[in-house]
Design a protein around this ligand. Structure first.
Ligand code: ATP
Ligand code: MG
Length: 257
């Protein structure tokens, strides 16, 4: 069996009287693409917020490697190798593509910051290496030629790639993607799906929240289905597509067909 990078243990999140997540158990394995699907309001984004340390669970805890925490913090999760993109793109519009990606390197830049205070020559070397790394990542994601442009000038599918490039700058072990294909054409979604395969091939596990069920079914090794904050099914894409509870709650006849 493959190694568990993240294990979510009985995670619950309550907003006032609403349980956005209720007792969810879930494991992210090394080298896999785990799809999370479910209707609007099922708790998918809330769950990614917990995994990335942006939402403290009301109950339950996470196990990441040897670490166990009931109160994950974003900086700590990043340090443990968990990076993410957002359902609503979070880039700084009036900064260049390259600058936006370099924001993702702050973890590595701390040492450099200390050195710049002492005006060390090695700071410039660190900065140059970070820039080279960012440009390489952008090129690999097909947007290297846009590095100097303000990010606001890029079309949606390229801004999504910039967000992924920024996440990759911490060299994550797990990449959390919240609806990366929302608003993209079929062709653009397919291109992004190929890119996700490529990221996995480089040894990064992916947790993919996505409404494009066909894309998830084609790409994911395992699929978890959330509904009203609860996990109602888990299995291979084929198992999930034939699960009666899932068909009733979410899929209807669509995927069967
Ligand atoms: N900060 C918050 N405060 C109060 N309620 C919230 C908050 N965030 C989410 N919710 C509620 O929690 C539930 C789960 O929301 P969440 O955004 O996680 O669902 P989702 O599965 O990502 O939905 P979608 O597919 O529409 O993105 C919803 O009922 C939502 O209204
Ligand atoms: Mg969401």
């Amino acid at each position: 069996m493959s190694e568990a990078l993240i294990a979510a243990k009985q995670i619950s999140v309550r907003f006032g009287g609403l349980w956005a997540i209720k007792d969810v158990e879930l494991q992210v394995n090394s080298g896999e693409i785990l799809g999370i699907i479910g209707p609007n309001g099922a708790g998918k984004s809330t769950f990614l917020n917990v995994l990335s340390g942006l939402q403290r669970p009301s109950a339950g805890h996470l196990v990441i490697g040897k670490e166990e925490t009931a109160d994950p913090k974003a900086w700590r999760m990043a340090k443990l190798g968990i990076a993410r993109s957002f359902q609503t793109i979070r880039l700084i519009d009036d900064m260049s593509v390259l600058e936006n990606v370099l924001i993702g390197t702050h973890l590595y830049a701390v040492k450099g910051f200390l050195q710049v205070v002492g005006r060390s020559r090695s700071w410039h070397q660190t900065e140059r290496q970070l820039k080279e790394g960012a440009l390489e990542t952008l090129a690999w994601l097909g947007v290297g030629h846009k590095a100097e442009l303000p990010v606001s000038m890029l079309p949606l599918q390229e801004r999504r790639r910039v967000e992924i490039a920024r996440a990759l700058m911490i060299r994550p072990r797990v990449l959390l993607l919240d609806e990366p294909c929302a608003g993209l054409s079929q062709q653009e979604s397919l291109a992004l799906s190929n890119l996700m395969s490529g990221i996995r091939t480089r040894g990064v596990s992916i947790v993919l929240v996505e409404h494009n069920v066909k894309l998830v079914m084609a790409l994911a090794d395992r699929v978890v289905v959330l509904d009203h904050g609860q996990k109602i099914a888990e299995g291979t894409p084929t198992e999930v597509a034939h699960n009666e509870t899932v068909i009733q709650a979410y899929l209807g006849g669509e995927v069967h067909a």
